[in-house]
Write a protein that binds this ligand. Sequence first.
Ligand code: PMP
Length: 377
Amino acid sequence: MSGWLESLEGLAVSRSKAGLTRRLRPRPAGDPVVDLAGNDYLGLATHHEVIEASVRGLRAYGLGATGSRLVRGSSVAHADLEAELAGWMGAGSALVFSSGYLANLAAVRSLTAVCDLIVSDAYNHASLIDGCKISGVRTVVAPHNSPRAVAELLDAHGGRALVVTESVFSVDGDLAPLAELHEVTAARGALLLVDDAHALGLLGPAGAGGVAAAGLAGRSDVVVTATLSKSLGGAGGVVAGPPQFIRHLIDTGRTFIYDTALPPAVAAGVHEAVRTARLADDRRARLLARGALTVARLREAGFEVSPPAAGVLSVMAPGPEAALAWAEDCRDRGVAVGCFRPPSTPDGSSRLRLTLNAGVSDADFARALAVIVECSP
Ligand code: PMP
């Protein structure tokens, strides 16, 4: 059938009229911009020891993994990283994936081997939503951060359910009530899956994550996922949980089995990043202090800001076009900020998303806050 490109042009025009066009902005190497848009929370993406460890990995193993984990792609670098992650996160076992997205798809789908209902928080990340969809199991979306609503949904359901949430939510930066949610799930024989993407490395003892901070590390009814691309500055994903579940995941996780493994050099670099993150209380303290400073400074200037539980926060904008113009003006003045608009956020909730970075100097950080205020719509 012809005319499909014209149809796509038509769709692009409607998105553009609604101010929803997404643009790529390739950054040059050594970009001098102050980064409040990336997720390199602890500044480890460019940390000397981390880079050196990945270069050693590159020389030892080559550029890619050359195969899927079960064929030729598993290296000692993967196994060492998995042991380190399990120890840090206080889990029985851990399995590394080539991205957090793929880790979430596999974790949700594989858990539904033993669950016949999913209760998913309304603000969950796209990867969790897609995991629910591909599982084919009935999924009910629960109001955001409401253990009471989750309890009611579980009570109305006879069988074993899976409750899916993030620890620190990726756009508003608020924290899930994990301890209350676990009380609800444990009392009803349900399982709890927590995506710790935005809290691993930042919250909990030695940065062990939001689940550890809530005292839930190592529970047999809790499974944790995370990306290795945010506070650890690398790439990849992890699922941490009881060894029996990890065994099941190796046997049945399609995005584990059929995907080329994470490059071993990246596993080696991330391993060094974990070692560094475990000892980085100073960087964590700087990041959390910057969150408090940002909220105070932006509220003083009259903005609506959500207080960050870890390193991510939102500053509300009047509309999608205003949010885009605000972000672009900041960029032109040397400050990179995130711009989130529908459909990534609910209607009427366009915003700048700021992600704090402990690697940015105090002077650059103060200048970035001033630029954000000066460029506001
Ligand atoms: N979960 C959450 C909450 C995220 O923010 C992200 C990254 N945007 C992911 C999962 C996916 O991780 P990755 O980028 O490693 O695929």
